[in-house]
Design a protein. Sequence first.
Length: 300
Amino acid sequence: MIATKITFPPSEVEPFFWKGHQWFVKRDDLIDPRFSGNKLRKLYTLLQTDPHRYTTLISYGGAQSNAMLSLAYLAHLKGWHFIYYVKTLPKWLGDNPTGNLQLALKLGMELVQVPHRDFYDKVDTIRNMCTEDVIFISQGGADKSAKEGIRILAEEILAWQRSNSLTSFTVATPSGTGTTALYLRDYLPKEIDVVTTPVVGDRETLLSQWQQLEPDQALQPKILDHYPKHPFAQPKQEYLQIWQSLKAAGILFDLIYAPKMWLELLTAYHKLKTPILYIHSGGVTGNLSQIEKYRYKGLL
Ligand SMILES: *Cc1c(COP(=O)(O)O)cnc(C)c1O
């Protein structure tokens, strides 16, 4: 069955009591379990696209990426061929794919491994060679086409604000490419604060990603970066503890992005406008391979 238009209802907002504070969590993770929450938002325009418009979807990035898995579902639903470029995998993973990679391959993703040193040249060549029937999506879905889906997310947040008669509050979402945070900032009025934290790289990395995406956007999200930069997706005892504590309080989050954002929110809490609305962007299927890493390092 080829899907022409894929629409979904607004996600719920749940009250969440944790570490002595009342928080609110927007459950974008529950909209469609096949897609991690904000990837579904970012792919909104493509989900509405006529399947006949393209034959092939091409992207690149990490071998366990949430964006990769969401694109694999999208291509599967639309009947498009999906080609995904990764840097040469460690042999154990190539021989025995796990987690998001395993799921994406089962959906028919064609995986192409490229040696590290040639990777970005190769990706650029492919990008420039794309014909009319091919859609090329940048790493992590960092793309202007993500705007429409994030606009709808902002509309839902404003509806929640009205039904709770709030004048001001804070919206929090961790950043990979920073696309979600930047477009939320763009669509929400300035009485509402938008805060984020860089999970890939640091403040400078995030600022340059925003600069590339929207060089003219005056108002940017507030960056919370009390905690030092940490290599992406690498285990850290403190992240694990926060993740376990959140889970014990009743909500399962992802192990890569959420722990750092929650740590930053706890530290900055007294300086932030309350209440705080956390956008749960899913990614929990990626926990499988993250937990393996924690075990391997003896942290779990
Ligand atoms: C992809 C992802 C992010 C980062 O979103 P960006 O728009 O790239 O900043 C945050 N949280 C989760 C769970 C994700 O999967």
